[in-house]
Design a protein around this ligand. Structure first.
Ligand SMILES: C[S@@+](CC[C@H](N)C(=O)[O-])C[C@H]1O[C@@H](n2cnc3c(N)ncnc32)[C@H](O)[C@@H]1O
Length: 311
């Protein structure tokens, strides 16, 4: 896929109906030869829309007007390029806990949670957030995570978590304002509710910071898993991570996680783990697949805003 095609596809498949600002911007960049030429000087993984938009926002540039965006990005290209080369899309969305919760709550309690690709670790606190599945409410406090759930009976209680740890190539620190402002810049412009959710979830995590280890989800997983208490159910999980991992390493990860005790929860794009025989998704919007121990269970939306359980 060319960079122009990547931007056009992002606009029509990811941003459409979710962020009109980014839909407009990506369509304009798909036709912007000057900016595309600059992006093409970067390694492929550094050209992606989410990263470019986040960097420009983080540098204080405009994203609501494609012409102003172009002018800012081209004029400030050395600074934009430097940030693109060093930063990564590490969006940390606590809302994804709403799709993990039904599976976590059904496992033998208590749980030892180990998240790979944890970013700042905000998905490590499913027991400290509140949830609303339609009329059904679970948990207490802030943030309140809303999820339109089809085909399942939502859990009655949050899980009991006695240990939580995360592994990431570049862990972010919720107590560092610079890291939190990068997480904020990665949130799409119109998503004020996600911005307040980030602040609320970061406050929960900062009050009791998680154990976050810098490392790779294959090379460093066994050592971290060995630190989990033996009298709790180990749950290795990941959401929106494996698309960033090359296929041979994904396969190594799947083999490795299968050898560990406990359970494995994946919430990833359907093509990433290559499940066969999935039912049709509920709509044309991008969906992830929630799976327990390799068995697909539900379609889920990217930020945890909806899930549709398989019959
Ligand atoms: C898009 S973020 C998702 C963060 C979090 N799981 C969530 O759903 O909010 C993906 C994270 O995976 C991490 N990551 C990518 N490849 C990794 C690897 N090989 N080992 C560990 N972490 C990795 C990135 O650094 C990034 O923080």
């Amino acid at each position: 896929m060319t960079t122009a095609e990547e931007y056009a596809e992002f606009g029509s498949r990811e941003a459409r109906g979710v962020s009109p600002t980014y839909e407009r911007l990506s369509a304009a960049i798909a036709r912007d030869d000057a900016l595309l030429a600059l992006l093409d000087t970067l390694p492929p993984g550094k050209r992606q829309p989410n990263l470019l938009f986040g960097v420009v926002r983080w540098l204080g540039g405009p994203v609501d007007d494609p012409v102003a965006f172009h002018d800012f990005a081209v004029t400030h290209w050395p600074a934009v390029e430097a940030e693109l080369r060093t930063r990564a899309t590490q969006t940390n969305e606590s809302g994804r806990c709403a799709v993990l919760l039904p599976v976590l709550a059904a496992l033998p309690q208590p749980l030892a949670l180990l998240e790979v690709g944890a970013s700042a670790g905000l998905c490590l606190y499913p027991d400290r957030y509140a949830y609303r599945y339609g009329e059904h409410e679970v948990g207490s406090g802030e943030p309140v995570l809303e999820c339109a759930a089809d085909g399942l009976v939502p859990p009655d209680r949050v899980p009991r978590v006695v240990w939580r740890a995360g592994l990431d190539l570049n862990p972010l620190d919720v107590t560092d304002p610079g890291d939190v402002s990068w997480l904020d810049a990665l949130i799409w412009p119109e998503h004020a509710h996600r911005r307040s959710r980030l602040r609320a979830a970061a406050a929960v995590a900062a009050a009791d910071p998680p154990l976050l280890v810098r490392g790779d989800l294959v090379d460093d997983l066994p050592a971290l898993a060995a630190r989990a208490p033996a009298d709790a159910t180990l749950v290795v999980f990941h959401t929106s991570v494996l698309y960033q991992v090359p296929p041979p390493r994904r396969e190594a990860f799947v083999r490795l996680v299968g050898e560990l005790p406990g359970h494995w929860i994946a919430n990833e794009a359907p093509e990433v783990l290559g499940y066969g025989g999935l039912p049709d998704p509920p709509s044309d919007a991008l969906h992830n697949v929630l799976a327990l121990d390799g068995r697909p269970l539900a379609w889920t939306r990217g930020h945890g805003q909806a899930m549709s359980w398989f019959a």
